[in-house]
Design a protein around this ligand. Structure first.
Ligand code: G6P
Length: 592
């Protein structure tokens, strides 16, 4: 969702620096953007609706500035609603992530005091509120800090703000919920909502905790506790992770690049992830009740974990969508284990839920892809997926990485981790072969047949059921075709009513105990005129099209996840959309 980038220092190319920073944040999803810099004592602002694309900035040279990518919540997608927002005097340019829940009351009070609003956003109230707090105060950094603290304390909800004050040439930022990170460069200090935007400038980062405020100026940066006002020593982390993604590396889109990176990611997990998987397994074995939670793709991976632990380790683990788990946490206690899955580690529904679980005494493990993210820092036992940066909004390699860790952990819980390692390696080989041989072209041809369809159904049983959900999610997210995944057994309980002549139905048919029953389901769909696309090792007369995939035992779930990813990619291209920036979606959902 919204992205924040700021800089103050010796460099005078701040407008371009900020624009490039915003480009690094594009993957989060946004619909408008803007930049403010200080020039000759005033704040100059540039704002646009749409994507940054090849845009350059017309702002003049400056040594201090900030920028924002906006994902609209309050107020339509317009230039006026794009950030930064100015106060009445033009001294302050403010950007914001989150939702100011009490903005209506604040705005009413501010209007009554004579403030004039130019936008429909909740954000603009913060600029005017700070203007009020600064009234009569000295024009010093110290006064700015105190006024920002007083302002921030009045905001309800989970928010991160950053302000450019032209009077003191300072950036001031505070957060509660939404992420903010400081970057210590050689020629200045950076601020961003996402560490990956900073890594091309510096690897020395300080992650702000909730209720912390940072003051950034050309001579340094300082950290404070918003509640007590106390100055804090910023903890500097040297980030060693492989976060430089090397750009598109010749690919047309990140989605395809990341699909193709999966064999490498899986091999790495098989090689280097065994100790972490064993740790997770030991936690599960020790716990009285394990709950796997996540949102979106991460939820589908979590649901797969339930099946994997059951069949491989005869161990019961529960699954819940993170946003719903919050309503059924009452039974958690000190013996409970919550395993939160999240690519970004910033998904608000996950963070809120795990915070509540922790308050009930539960132990928190996390499978997370972004080192230093809020979830990573919150977890008692953070396990890094090591999938490398995932820049396409759609999750692909982080999904199969999560499956690989869960499979390894299930095998570790059963005391057979070596077997799990071999299966993950075989899955990596099979995915590589699939992506390089004529089967990949076969999937592209299938897309040709399907891209004009309005509806698409996917069915799977057992471990393939979460795959059906995930495949449907991929297709929906990127091609905007209505796709729905079902448990094969549920077919006759409703879905079959939707099957008409030529309705496409993708059937996951691995060589396991679900195969016979899922094929029966496929026959029933076919008998009603449906067009069956079978994924699995064995051909069958029920299939109008068959994509043959090797049987890799329990790791077949990993292999079978990939053809639908590729199908979604081709459907998207054929329908003329951009796979890396699907409409309305955000990579990391930081507001409720
Ligand atoms: C958003 C993204 C999804 C993602 C979900 C959870 O909805 O669009 O692709 O699966 O958030 O994200 P997380 O970072 O927690 O895995």
């Amino acid at each position: 969702m919204c992205g924040i980038f700021g800089y103050v220092g010796q460099r005078d190319d701040t407008p371009t620096l900020v624009l490039e920073g915003l480009r690094r944040l594009e993957y989060r999803g946004y619909d408008s953007w803007g930049i403010a810099v200080k020039r000759n004592g005033t704040a100059l602002v540039e704002k646009h609706v749409g994507k940054i694309g090849q845009a350059s900035t017309s702002l003049p040279a400056s040594t201090i500035g900030l920028g924002h990518t906006r994902w609209a919540t309050h107020g339509g997608i317009t230039t006026l609603n794009a950030h930064p927002h100015l106060d009445c005097s033009g001294r302050l340019a403010l950007i914001h992530n989150g939702i100011v829940e009490n903005f209506a009351e604040l705005r009413q009070a501010l209007r009554a005091r004579g403030h004039v609003f130019r936008s429909e956003t909740d954000t603009e109230v913060v600029a005017h509120l700070l203007e009020d707090e600064l009234r009569g105060a000295a024009g010093t950094r110290e006064a700015l800090r105190l006024a920002t603290m007083a302002t921030f304390r009045q905001l309800e909800g989970l928010n991160a703000i950053a302000v450019l004050d032209v009077q003191t040439s300072t950036l001031v930022a505070a957060k509660n919920g939404s992420p903010l990170v400081l970057g210590w460069g050689d020629d200045g200090v950076f601020l961003a909502s996402d560490a990956s935007a900073l890594l091309e400038h510096t690897r020395r980062l300080s992650f702000l905790a909730d209720d912390q405020l940072a003051l950034l100026a050309s001579d340094g940066a300082w950290l404070y506790d918003v509640r007590s006002g106390e100055e804090l020593r910023p903890a500097i982390r040297e980030i060693a992770w492989e976060q430089q993604d090397g750009g598109l590396a010749g690919y047309q889109h990140y989605m395809l690049k990341e699909i193709r990176e999966q064999p490498r990611v899986l091999r790495r997990i098989a090689r280097e992830g065994q100790a972490q998987a064993q740790t997770l397994a030991d936690l599960v074995l020790d716990a009285h009740g394990t709950y796997l939670i996540g949102c979106g793709t991460a939820a589908n991976a979590a649901l797969s974990g339930k099946y994997l632990f059951s069949r491989i380790a005869a161990r019961q683990v529960s699954f819940a969508t993170a946003s719903e788990f919050a309503y059924t946490e009452h039974y958690l206690n000190e013996r409970s284990l919550v395993v939160a899955l999240s690519q970004s580690g910033e998904t608000i529904d996950v963070l809120e839920t795990v915070r509540a679980a922790r308050e009930r005494g539960a132990y928190l493990a996390a499978l997370v892809n972004v080192e230093g993210s809020s979830l990573y820092r919150l977890a008692d036992c953070p396990i890094l997926l090591g999938a490398g940066p995932e820049r396409c909004v759609l999750a692909t390699k982080s999904f199969t990485a999560k499956l690989a860790y869960l499979l390894l952990a299930a095998y570790a819980a059963a005391g057979r981790i070596e077997q799990g390692v071999r299966l993950v390696e075989r899955a990596a080989d099979e995915i590589e072969a699939f992506l390089d041989d004529p089967r990949a072209a076969q999937v592209a041809e299938l897309a040709q047949r399907l891209y004009r369809k309005e509806h698409l159904y996917l069915i799977g049983r057992g471990p393939s059921y979460p795959l059906a959900l995930e495949a449907a999610l991929k297709i929906k997210e990127v091609s905007y075709i209505h796709a729905e995944g079902f448990a094969g057994g549920e077919l006759k309980h409703g879905v079959i009513a939707l099957i008409e002549a030529d309705t496409p139905c993708i059937v996951f048919a691995p060589r396991d105990e679900t195969q016979r029953a899922i094929i029966s389901g496929a026959m029933e769909v076919k008998a009603r005129g449906g067009c069956i696309i079978g994924l699995g090792p064995d051909a069958h007369e029920a299939f109008d099209h068959h994509v043959p995939l090797a049987d890799v035992g329990d790791a077949s779930v990993i292999v079978n996840a990939v053809p639908p990813q590729l199908l979604a990619y081709h459907l998207c291209l054929l329908r003329g959309y951009d796979p890396d920036k699907p409409r309305n979606l955000a990579k990391s959902v930081t507001v409720k």
